[in-house]
Design a protein around this ligand. Structure first.
Ligand SMILES: NC(=O)c1ccc[n+]([C@@H]2O[C@H](COP(=O)([O-])OP(=O)(O)OC[C@H]3O[C@@H](n4cnc5c(N)ncnc54)[C@H](OP(=O)(O)O)[C@@H]3O)[C@@H](O)[C@H]2O)c1
Length: 252
């Protein structure tokens, strides 16, 4: 039985780094690299021998594509990395219905359905890492759908982690602050956007893999997100949201 990892959003900044670190250190037969961009996936498979490209759009039948592959190949899934995600900074009222649906599908529905699809193929020692965010520590005005989706994913992960304890499977939420990838716009109307405490994808991924191997339910990499987590825990939410709004409003 092939021992595999599944990484969604494998063509993006953090996903690619997951593929790189898993192929170097986890001793797996295959890494199913999931994304929509076929040429980027093919580049990944020529760079990393164990990569199997899986072209799948998580807003349409992407999860079913993966489910069918699982049924065909019946692998031993050692690692599932629910990493694909979309982001938006701006007013909620400026989002249209399609954009709201895209958020729900990629950031919420797909990871939940994928965990569910993969569990019959996971055994003791299996690990799931779900890419949440420091945006899950409180509601974020001007990134309202994003932070709501990350709160959902973190809470789902923590609850399922408890349910899976008897099976020896762990679910870890990775909650970084700003990460240096193409997800983040670099300027707004010619104004450079400053991302406090931004860290590299490499640091996020090495932290998430280590914390998941230790069976931790949360991985909070970097000083900024650790500080933000404590600050959000001990400060009234309306004050945290007011401070956040002050910092972000000028970019919207
Ligand atoms: N960057 C940050 O500051 C930051 C901070 C905290 C958490 N995160 C989270 O980390 C994860 C990865 O983010 P990143 O920074 O690496 O972003 P990124 O470079 O923009 O990558 C996003 C990935 O998601 C995939 N994706 C988007 N829509 C998809 C769809 N409909 N179907 C399938 N795949 C889709 C993209 O693949 P294709 O376009 O090839 O389909 C891409 O590989 C996200 O969940 C994000 O919310 C990021």
């Amino acid at each position: 039985m092939a021992k595999i990892a599944i990484v969604t959003g494998a063509t993006g900044g953090i996903g690619r780094e997951f593929v790189k670190q898993i192929s170097a250190g986890e001793g797996l037969d295959e890494i199913w690299a999931v994304g929509r961009n076929e040429s980027k996936l093919n580049e990944l498979s020529s760079e990393f021998e164990s990569v199997v490209p899986v072209v799948a759009d998580l807003t349409s039948d992407g999860v079913d594509v993966i489910r069918r592959l699982l049924e065909q190949k019946k692998p031993d899934v050692k690692l599932l990395i629910n990493n694909a995600g979309v982001a938006y900074m701006g007013l909620f009222e400026d989002m249209d219905n399609d954009e709201i649906a895209r958020f729900c599908k990629v950031n919420c529905e797909a990871p939940a359905r994928l965990m569910n699809a993969v569990l019959p193929y996971m055994h003791e020692g299996g690990r799931i890492i779900n890419m949440s965010s420091a945006s899950s520590f409180q509601p974020n005005p001007y990134m309202s759908m994003y932070s709501a989706s990350k709160i959902y994913l973190k809470n789902l992960s923590r609850a399922v982690n408890i349910e899976l304890k008897p099976r020896g499977i762990t679910v870890t939420s990775s909650c970084p602050g700003w990460v240096d990838t193409d997800l983040l716009p670099r300027s707004k109307d010619g104004k450079e956007i400053h991302y406090t405490g931004m860290i590299s994808a490499e640091r996020v991924v090495s932290g998430a893999l280590k914390d998941s191997a230790k069976g931790k339910e949360m991985s909070v990499p970097g000083f900024f997100s650790k500080y933000f987590r404590l600050y959000s825990k001990f400060t009234p939410t309306y004050i945290v949201m007011r401070m956040w709004s002050k910092a972000v409003r000028k970019y919207v």
